[in-house]
Design a protein around this ligand. Structure first.
Ligand SMILES: [Ca+2]
Ligand SMILES: [Ca+2]
Length: 108
């Protein structure tokens, strides 16, 4: 699962998790401020991360744009499909939202 590893790197690059408390981290995702993260909010936040890494703005992360300049290119569609799977894996209690604990669980 190289893509999963790449996503984890992107997550790490986009959030300075070590310096944030769980609730501060959640607030970065929580667009409507209800204290939990919906799939749409999760995707919207990660979309911004994707775009910040996608320096030439073509919707594809080429190898040279990836952390460490390794791995195969990732399209925005691949990225979003993976994020949806990741979201549902993180949603341990299956309520359709991530709380701070679920959100900050390490990617598996
Ligand atoms: Ca929310
Ligand atoms: Ca949940």
């Amino acid at each position: 699962m190289r893509l999963a590893a790449t996503l984890a790197l992107l997550l790490a690059a986009s959030a300075v998790l070590a310096q944030e408390t769980r609730s501060e981290y959640l607030q970065m995702f929580d667009g409507d401020g209800d204290g939990r993260v919906s799939e749409a909010e999760y995707l919207a936040y990660m979309d911004r991360s994707f775009r910040s890494v996608d320096s030439n703005g073509d919707g594809i992360l080429e190898t040279g744009e990836l952390p460490g300049h390794r791995g195969r290119p990732i399209t925005l569609t691949d990225f979003q499909d993976n994020l949806r799977r990741q979201f549902h894996k993180l949603d341990r209690n299956r309520d359709g939202h991530l709380n701070a604990r679920e959100l900050t669980a390490p990617p598996r």
